[in-house]
Design a protein around this ligand. Structure first.
Ligand SMILES: *Cc1c(COP(=O)(O)O)cnc(C)c1O
Length: 407
C-alpha cells in the first residue's frame, strides 16, 4: 500500500474554524431558540457591487456567443488585468510581467510552498493565519509539532508589549518569513519604519518575505504602507500575495494575485520569478475569465468608488464594535481593545482568562460567536478576535447584547 504523506501525520489538532463551528452547532442544538450571531468569521457578507457584478454578468452572457467565447487564457492572467493592477494599485512600483493573476491568496500561499519546498526554514508571526504553517507542514518544510510548535518554524510573538511588531533577531538566516499586514488576526498594520526594519533584516540575512497584503484596502491612515514595495529594497527580498476577496467581496468569486519582482534571486543566482512562472504555468491554468472581468471592473473608476464604499461599510461596523467593547462593563474588568481603524478585525484581550473560556461564555450568555485568539498561536491566548464582516443589523444586535454582558 502507499505510505501516507508524513506531513499529514505531523499536522497537529484540527483547524481552528471547524472547532468554532462545532461549538456553535452544539450550543444551537441544546438551545434551539437561541438566535446566534457570528462576529467570528473572516468571510465577507455584503453583496457584490452593481458595476462589478454587472461586468461579470455581461461577460458570462457573452461567453454563450460565438464572438464572446474564449477558452484557456494565459496562465499568468489576462494581460490587461495584470497591467491594470500594476498601474492602479502599485503605481508603477512593479511591472505587469511581475504580476501573476490567481484564484486567490490562499491558493497562492499553497503553491508558494511548492516553490520553496522541503528544508526551508520558516518564520511566522505568532498569532498568524493558520495556512502559512499548516501548509508548510503538509509539504514537509516544517516537521513534527512539540511544546514549542513545529520543528523548522520560528515563531515571532506579536503582543501588546511589542506593539504587535515582532523582535526579528530570532529569525534564522535564509528563512522564508511570512508577514501579514494589516494582520489577521491582530489587525495590526505595520508602519513604514517597521517594514523597513523587516526588509533590511531580510536583505542582510538572505531571507525572503512572503508579504500577505489581503487587507490592504482597509488601510485608511495614509501614512501606512499599502504594499511592501513602498519600502526601499523590497524588490530584492519580497513576494507579495494579494486578493480581491476582502477588497471587493470576491471570497466566493475567487480572484487574487502575486507579485514576484525580477530582482528576487535564489542563492545560486537563479531567478525566483522564472520558477514561479514555471509553477503557475505547470500547476495552474489561469483564473476564471469571468472573475477576471470582475477584477477589471473593480479597478476602473466606478469600481474603485464602489469597493471603497463596501470596505467603508465594514470599517463602520468595526467602529460600532469598538465603541461597545470599550464600554464600562468591559473596561472596568481590564479588557483591552486593540484597534486602529485600518482593518476589519478587533483584537481584544481578556486578561487572566483563556480564549476558549471567554469564547464559550460570550456564546452562551450573548449568543455571539467570536474567534478564540489562541487558535492562531500561543501568543493569542487570552485574546478574542471580533470580525467586522457582518450585516449592520446583526452587528448592532450583537453589540446590544454585548453591552449588557457582565464579565
Ligand atoms: C482572507 C485572507 C486571504 C484571502 O484569501 P483568498 O484565498 O484570496 O480568499 C489571504 N490572507 C489572509 C490573512 C486572509 O485573512
Amino acid at each position: 500500500m502507499i505510505e501516507r504523506n508524513r506531513g499529514f501525520a505531523n499536522l497537529a489538532a484540527g483547524y481552528l474554524f471547524p472547532e468554532v463551528a462545532k461549538r456553535r452547532r452544539e450550543y444551537q442544538a441544546s438551545h434551539p431558540e437561541a438566535k446566534i450571531i457570528s462576529l467570528g468569521i473572516g468571510n465577507t457578507t455584503e453583496p457584490l457591487t452593481p458595476h462589478i457584478s454587472g461586468a461579470m454578468a455581461s461577460y458570462a452572457k457573452a461567453l454563450g456567443t460565438k464572438e464572446g467565447y474564449s477558452g484557456y487564457g494565459d496562465e499568468q492572467g489576462n494581460s490587461e488585468l495584470r497591467k491594470k493592477i500594476a498601474d492602479v494599485l502599485y503605481a508603477g512600483m512593479v511591472t505587469q510581467d511581475e504580476m501573476f493573476i490567481s484564484d486567490g491568496a490562499k491558493c497562492d500561499i499553497a503553491r508558494i510552498q511548492t516553490l520553496f519546498g522541503r528544508g526551508t526554514q520558516i518564520a511566522v508571526q505568532d498569532p498568524a493565519y493558520p495556512v502559512y504553517v499548516d501548509g508548510s507542514v503538509i509539504v514537509g518544510a516544517a516537521g513534527k509539532s512539540g511544546a514549542s510548535g513545529y520543528e523548522g518554524v520560528t515563531y515571532l510573538p506579536c503582543t501588546a508589549e511589542n506593539g504587535f511588531f515582532p523582535d526579528l533577531s530570532s529569525i534564522k538566516k535564509d528563512s522564508l518569513i511570512y508577514f501579514c499586514s494589516p494582520n489577521n488576526p491582530t489587525g495590526a498594520t505595520a508602519t513604514r519604519e517597521e517594514l523597513k526594519k523587516l526588509v533590511d533584516f531580510a536583505i542582510k540575512n538572505g531571507c525572503i518575505i512572503i508579504f500577505d497584503a489581503a487587507y490592504f484596502a482597509f488601510i485608511r491612515n495614509s501614512n501606512l504602507p499599502r504594499t511592501i514595495y513602498e519600502i526601499e529594497g523590497a524588490r530584492s527580498c519580497a513576494i507579495e500575495i494579494n486578493s480581491f476577496s476582502k477588497l471587493a467581496g470576491f471570497t466566493g468569486v475567487r480572484l487574487g494575485w502575486s507579485v514576484v519582482p525580477s530582482d528576487l534571486k535564489f542563492s545560486d543566482g537563479s531567478s525566483v520569478h522564472a520558477d514561479w512562472n514555471r509553477v503557475m504555468t505547470t500547476l495552474f491554468n489561469g483564473a476564471s475569465n469571468i472573475a477576471q472581468a470582475g477584477g477589471l471592473a473593480a479597478l476602473d473608476e466606478e469600481g474603485v468608488a464602489e469597493t471603497k464604499a463596501l470596505v467603508d461599510y465594514y470599517l463602520e461596523n468595526a467602529g460600532i464594535m469598538q465603541k461597545t467593547l470599550t464600554g464600562d462593563n468591559f473596561a472596568s474588568r481590564g479588557v483591552k481593545v486593540y484597534y486602529t481603524g485600518d482593518s476589519p478585525y478587533l483584537w481584544v484581550q481578556f486578561p487572566g482568562m483563556k480564549s476558549w473560556d471567554i469564547f464559550d461564555r460570550i456564546l452562551s450568555e450573548c449568543n455571539v460567536v467570536t474567534t478564540p485568539g489562541s487558535g492562531f498561536g500561543p501568543a493569542g491566548e487570552s485574546y478574542l478576535r471580533f470580525s467586522a464582516f457582518g450585516h449592520r443589523e446583526d452587528v448592532e444586535e450583537a453589540c446590544r447584547r454585548l453591552s449588557k454582558f457582565v464579565l
